[in-house]
Design a protein around this ligand. Structure first.
Ligand code: FMN
Length: 182
């Protein structure tokens, strides 16, 4: 074993694209790696202060789309530019429509989007908890009505090399393979 320092390589880190509207209905998107499922129907994200946080403080809502192999360029752009300076959605050439369930934009270039209400937000700690009230998926990523990660081709953020990696093939059956050793 080699000592690799204190930098945490906790994997996987997602590529969560957070969509919000500002007070004038201008859509924005940011890239966040630090997030996870924290309950059935709930997502938790760790955020510093951004245009995005200003936005959902006013609207009480946001969407979360998943970065994919086909959306790497725009996903990274949403993490290196701020909506305080430019309209990133326009600059990226994205198309949006308003969620039917929450006051937040759905970015049509992403095939899977969660629609969330702010359940709790603590600016001091940066913990945002969202209640997932609905989700939208493009037909092209579904198999038998279920989201098929093999078709979605989600990406993860690799903080070791600062690259995005594609989520790979299935290598085992959850809740089944381990039963052989029981
Ligand atoms: C790969 C990547 C991961 C990021 N993860 C986070 C994160 O988890 N939390 C955070 O607050 N900012 C994160 N950022 C930074 C924001 O995306 C960035 O500051 C962005 O400009 C904020 O956009 P906004 O000002 O339009 O809201 C990340 C950026 C990149 C490129």
């Amino acid at each position: 074993m080699e000592f690799t320092g204190k930098k945490s390589i906790i994997t996987p880190e997602g590529v969560f694209i957070i969509g919000t509207y500002d007070e004038n209905g201008i859509p924005n998107a940011m890239n966040a790696a630090w997030g996870m499922q924290s309950d059935m129907g709930e997502i938790t994200l760790m955020l510093a202060k951004h245009k995005t946080t200003d936005n959902f403080e006013k609207t009480g809502a946001f969407t979360v789309a998943f970065g994919t192999a086909d959306t790497v360029l725009i996903s990274d752009y949403f993490g290196v530019e701020t909506g305080n300076k430019v309209n990133k959605i326009e600059k990226a050439g994205c198309h949006v429509h308003k969620s039917a369930h929450v006051n937040a934009p759905i970015i049509e270039e992403y095939p899977l989007t969660l629609e969330c209400k702010v359940k709790s937000w603590e600016p001091e700690t940066g913990y945002l908890i969202g209640e997932i009230v609905a989700s939208q998926a493009d037909k092209s990523i579904l198999t038998d009505g279920k989201v098929d990660l093999g078709k979605l081709k989600p990406i993860i953020f690799d903080p070791s090399f600062n690259v995005y990696r594609i989520v790979g093939e299935a290598v085992g059956n959850a809740f089944r393979d381990g039963l052989k050793l029981k």
